[in-house]
Design a protein around this ligand. Sequence first.
Ligand code: ZN
Ligand code: ZN
Length: 170
Amino acid sequence: MNMTDSKHDELFCANHPDRATMLRCNRCEKPICTSCAVQTPTGYRCRDCVRSQQKVFDTAVGTDYIFGILIAGILSFIGSYIVTFIGFFTILLAPVIGTIIAEAVRRAVKKRRSRQLFLYTTAAAVVGSLPVLLLMLLRPNLFSLLWQGLYTFLMASTLYYRLSGIQINR
Ligand SMILES: [Zn+2]
Ligand SMILES: [Zn+2]
């Protein structure tokens, strides 16, 4: 089948045969409609190609998840304990702790990576910061609760950003 011999040849999306389209995946060349196209730094691609490309970058192995979760949980717990003493300086310290956790995890997993690993690691860091926060609830003090909450948020968002910010396909 030759699709290029006539300008009047209409293309139809490979996933939605009822949708005419002008787009093709720039990797496998199959026609895709706008809702199937994913914009990548190198042009429009179909979801299958994006997914298989993603797998190449997902290098994490089983033990990486255990390391990531343990390191993030423990360091985050230590950080949340420190926060109980420093009040306002939480704003400065929380991102530093997030960065330290990210570096520690990256070293432990030898820079292997996957989106799940980043998500689990960040979730473990959030969970690790909760025991101190829950203890705070026993003798509520608005400010210490505020700093703990801020710690969890700043530390976890820095951690996730640091882990995933080194992606090749951003
Ligand atoms: Zn494709
Ligand atoms: Zn489509």
